[in-house]
Design a protein. Structure first.
Length: 194
């Protein structure tokens, strides 16, 4: 393998020398590997997008007209005010997995794709990476942020995930459900070859 800063070997793996994508910690290398790309694509194709909070409120506003400001506009103003006041719901979970770091990162990417959680940012570390993704808006919340840090060596990987829903005092269990689904996904092969 090459140095951290050298990207000349992106996508190159020497399976015969005992090095494979499963032990690769660099995000930019993993996302170019055909097995990982195909698994993420298959997961994304199975994603089910539910009704957003905005769409739900638009339908509700048609059924129950309000005097003055529309319901979706009022809800958005309330969310912004709540965020400005520092309201947010946050939950964090950690898991220790008996799989290589590359496989854990690939499963993370598949889970994000499966749940329609678009990647916002990736930060690279010596033994892993952090991926920040958007939690889509739904009938419970106006969306949020899922931050996942995956680090590991050998066949041991630590995963720390934090779900945050800004602007709401109550998230109706969305943070907890997001983390439960994510960590459950990490226990599955998720379209990846064994």
């Amino acid at each position: 393998m090459t140095d951290e800063g050298d990207m000349s070997a992106v996508g190159e793996f020497d399976e015969g020398a005992g090095t494979s994508w499963e032990y690769e910690h660099r995000y930019t290398v993993l996302v170019t590997h055909p097995a990982v790309c195909q698994a993420v694509y298959r997961s994304a194709s199975r994603a089910e997008v539910g009704m957003s909070a905005e769409a739900f409120l638009a339908v509700a506003a048609e059924m129950v007209p309000l005097v003055g400001e529309t319901l979706p506009g009022s809800a958005e103003q309330g969310r912004r005010l709540g965020a400005w006041l520092g309201f947010r719901r946050k939950a964090t979970r950690e898991a220790q997995l008996g799989i290589p770091v590359g496989r854990a990162i690939a499963r993370t990417l598949c889970s994000l794709a499966l749940h329609g959680q678009g990647i916002r940012r990736v930060d690279q570390y010596v033994h892993g990476c952090s991926v920040t993704a958007d939690i889509p808006s739904d009938v419970k919340t106006f969306g949020g942020v899922l931050a996942v840090t995956v680090t590991g060596t050998g066949n041991s990987t630590n995963v720390r995930a934090q779900a945050e829903i800004p602007g709401q005092l109550i998230d109706w269990g969305k943070s907890r459900q997001t983390l439960t689904a994510f960590l459950s996904d990490l226990e599955l092969p998720l379209e990846l070859p064994e």
